[in-house]
Write a protein that binds this ligand. Structure first.
Ligand code: SF4
Ligand code: SF4
Length: 354
């Protein structure tokens, strides 16, 4: 039955429902105003693809994508100036990113803190972030590396989304998180209906079951309680754990690049016949020259110091300056590390008396 428009006046109370086919009609319509990206299955992984470009196996629920959400707002390589004049923010359509998971939304809080600063904000980031649309989704599966609950994150979005989808057998329970999300629903009421008790029950059951599963992962790994992490990292400043764990590191920087909260970059200039362009590229604090200064000195010239610095930033520095832990428990760094370094194990070792 099509949606009674009066329901929309109570959108924070009444939940809506959209059938799977209708969701794809909605995305088709949104493609007029946005570049729409949807997670698709790629072997054992899930990665974002442009909606409608080919016949993809779209995966709205399940677990987080291979690539971090930051890649949409803060490109891996971007031209930021030409001949010493700032490059205007990109003029392409803003992104509509579908199926975003809770851990990545939490990561946006750190990026917003860094790039939406009133004085030193990044115009391209601000334009993309404020112009874009986020249609997030509950996790319906857990992989071994997930530990979001240990970082205080639920496996379903409760903030930062415009619309959230909770997958059920027939479609998705819909929650609206912003005026922008509300407008999308208002403009497409024919695609939505009121959700019924069974659908809402199914959503709640899934949330409970996924959370329980992640908590088992967390227990198995003995991850210390989130409220103690800052103290544990500080207390262990001189610990041998840093050098022991860093011994397996090959300094590739994958842990930084894949992390939804890491945001460091460097600038380089490239000359062509007619102009000089300045590019911004993702950087990694694990690389030896990251902290080297012009005179040649390097305050973190040993690998274990850089390894320790990564943990200090995530669990001490950002909680102090931004009131946020800069780890979302997404587990991407564990999956990406060729040295098989597991952030959970490092935290456990730091918390084990020697
Ligand atoms: S440190 Fe690792 S687990 Fe934490 S947010 Fe970054 S990639 Fe995810
Ligand atoms: S991904 Fe692993 S090997 Fe590569 S820099 Fe990070 S900790 Fe070192």
């Amino acid at each position: 039955m099509p949606l009674d428009k009066s329901v929309l006046n109570f959108y924070f109370i009444a939940m809506l429902f959209i059938k799977r086919g209708n969701l794809f009609q909605l995305l088709e319509s949104l493609s007029g105003d946005y570049r729409v990206f949807v997670p698709s299955r790629k072997g054992d992984s899930i990665a974002f693809t442009t909606f409608g470009e080919s016949e993809e196996d779209y995966v709205i629920g399940e677990f987080r994508s291979f690539e971090p959400l930051k890649a949409f707002y803060f490109l891996g390589r971007e031209k930021v100036a030409v001949d010493f004049s700032p490059e205007n923010p990109r003029n392409d359509k803003p992104p509509c990113i579908v199926g975003v998971k809770s851990c990545d939304l939490k990561g946006l809080k750190i990026l917003d803190f860094v790039f939406m600063d009133e004085e030193f904000g990044d115009p391209t980031y601000i334009k993309t972030r404020t112009g874009g649309l986020i249609i997030s989704a509950d996790c319906t599966k857990v992989v071994e590396t997930c530990f979001c609950t240990a970082m205080g994150v639920n496996p379903w979005p409760d903030t930062e989304y415009d619309i959230n989808l909770s997958e059920t057998d027939e479609g998705f329970v819909v929650e609206i998180g912003s005026d922008k999300g509300q407008k999308v629903i208002d403009d497409h009421t024919e695609l939505f209906q009121e959700s019924n008790k069974d659908q809402i029950h199914s959503k709640e059951l899934n949330r409970e079951s996924v959370k329980r599963h992640i908590e088992k992962n967390v227990q198995k790994k003995n991850i210390p309680p989130v409220e103690r992490l800052k103290r544990i990292v500080r207390k262990n400043y001189e610990s041998d754990v840093w050098s022991e764990e860093a011994a397996a590191c090959v300094e590739c920087g994958a842990c930084n690049v894949i992390c939804p909260t890491c945001h460091c970059f460097f600038l380089y200039d490239q000359r062509s016949e007619s102009s000089l362009a300045r590019y911004r590229v993702w950087d990694s604090c694990m690389i030896k020259d990251f902290a080297r200064v012009a005179g040649g000195e390097n305050p973190r010239n040993r690998l274990w110091m850089r390894f320790r610095n990564r943990f200090e930033k995530k669990f001490d520095y950002f909680p102090v300056v931004a009131d946020e832990i800069a780890c979302t428990g997404c587990g991407r760094c564990i999956a990406a590390c060729p040295g098989k370094i597991d952030i959970r194990q490092v935290l456990e070792k730091l918390n084990t008396p020697r």
